[in-house]
Design a protein around this ligand. Structure first.
Ligand code: APR
Ligand code: PHB
Length: 390
């Protein structure tokens, strides 16, 4: 039986970053990722980083390419039925947001691990966790068709929404909270210049659209589609036409081109409590999902992992479990704020199929209030750029 101090399940951004933090603290860990390295790198996700996320990536030695290639934004646009409001994020909060694809964050973390002694094992499928309430839990995994066991002090469940970690918490202990939205986002990536130098969130009679980017030559664009939408029904031409119709004034600057990626993501809010059970600690999508409106998913995973890394570091340095004991409640306090923010931005900027005149009037008045109130814009900006770590 192999043995380590911390077994990390999942090699998405949460698992990779935790492994990096633990290595820098001199804590022995082993990361088990079901998929191949290439598969993990092929997943296209959001691309907006809070200042706290960027600072931590720099601290762990993953800031060099980011500093060179990322774009730094000082505001973003909200368009409501053709009317534009620019929220001056930096003027209101003193912070910037960083545009840098999550795929690039993943690649930088993988590269940082690539030297001798990488703790990451790919194509390694964790099937169950045994004795999670004992002193030495065991992670059982399959590699090359053979079953193996890893014994450890702590298990970090960084295995995403569909992983096994959360499922190891008994149903009479686990509480889940969920909102499934009646639409998804159809997103494309194309090698055409962005239509604006900042992001544009648009609410239109026919639904939401978002103009974002990966670089000065690569556009990421999304539109709201019904939950039963099929990719095959969305040619590039149909996508661009619909996107331009919804985007408002910036549509005139849209340059179209062939998509290099196209996918549909459903929207949901989900929280699992507690984030710790015995010697199992959950982080990232394994414990919570937010809709992409506001791009909190990765940033929230990073905030969890930062706290978890500190708690484990303190445990091994001082032998006190105090920070580990505090982990779940402290992490959940931030999680619920991000869940609330992304839910409220989703409500403000989308067409809900069951909306009546009253709902529309409330939505419009929320936009009008935002437009007229520096206080309301500050509240939005504070959440958008990322709440301070406490
Ligand atoms: N054994 C090993 N690995 C597993 C298992 C398993 N049984 N089940 C899932 N995994 C792996 C997945 O293959 C995936 O690579 O866990 C990883 C979880 O990664 P993400 O889904 O990216 O979740 P997380 O790291 O929490 O990322 C948080 O980044 O990926 C985005 O949408 C995500 O924005 C969110 C943020
Ligand atoms: C992205 O760049 O993919 C992105 C940006 C902001 C969001 C969601 C996605 O709110």
């Amino acid at each position: 039986m192999t043995s380590t101090q911390v077994a990390i399940i999942g090699g998405g951004p949460a698992g990779l970053l935790l492994a990096r933090l633990l290595q820098l603290s001199g804590i022995d860990c082993m990361l088990l990722e079901k998929r191949s390295r290439a598969y993990v790198l092929s997943r296209i996700r959001a691309g907006l980083l809070e200042q706290g996320t960027v600072d931590l990536l720099k601290d762990v030695g993953c800031g060099e390419r980011l500093q060179r290639e990322a774009m730094f934004h000082h505001g973003c646009d909200f368009v409501y039925f053709g009317e534009t409001l620019r929220v001056p994020l930096t003027d209101l909060t003193g912070k910037v947001v960083t545009i840098y694809g999550q795929t690039e964050v993943t690649r930088d973390l993988m590269d940082a691990h690539a030297g001798a002694g990488t703790p990451c094992h790919y194509e390694t499928d964790v099937v169950r966790i045994d004795d999670v309430t004992g002193d030495r839990p065991r992670v059982v995994y399959v590699q090359d068709g053979r079953e193996h066991t890893l014994s450890c002090d702590w298990v970090a469940g960084c295995d995403g929404y569909h992983g096994v970690a959360r499922q190891s918490i008994p149903t009479d202990t686990l509480r889940t909270f969920e909102r499934v939205y009646p639409f998804g986002w159809l997103g494309i990536l194309a090698d055409v210049p962005p239509c604006s130098h900042e992001l544009i969130y648009a609410n239109h009679r026919d639904g939401f659209a978002l103009a974002t980017m990966r670089s000065a030559t690569r556009t990421r664009a999304y539109i709201q589609v019904p939950n039963d939408a099929r990719l095959d029904d969305w040619s590039d031409d149909r996508f661009w036409d619909e996107y331009k119709r919804r985007l408002g004034p910036a549509a005139a600057n849209v340059v179209t081109g062939p998509s290099i990626e196209k996918s549909i993501a459903p929207l949901r809010s989900f929280v699992a409590e507690p984030m710790r059970y015995g010697r199992l600690l959950l982080a990232g999508d394994a414990a919570h999902i937010v809709p992409p409106t506001g791009a909190k998913g990765l940033n929230l995973a990073v905030a969890d992992v930062r706290r978890l890394g500190e708690a484990l570091d303190s445990f091994y340095r001082t032998k006190s479990p105090a920070l580990i004991d505090a982990y779940s409640d402290a992490a959940l306090a931030r999680v619920w704020k991000a869940v609330r923010f992304s839910w409220s931005l989703t409500r403000l900027m989308h067409l809900f199929p069951d909306m009546d005149g009253f709902d529309r009037a409330i939505q419009r008045s929320e936009f009008d209030y935002l437009k007229g109130s520096r206080a309301a814009q500050t509240a939005l900006a504070e959440n958008y750029v990322g709440l301070p770590y406490v």
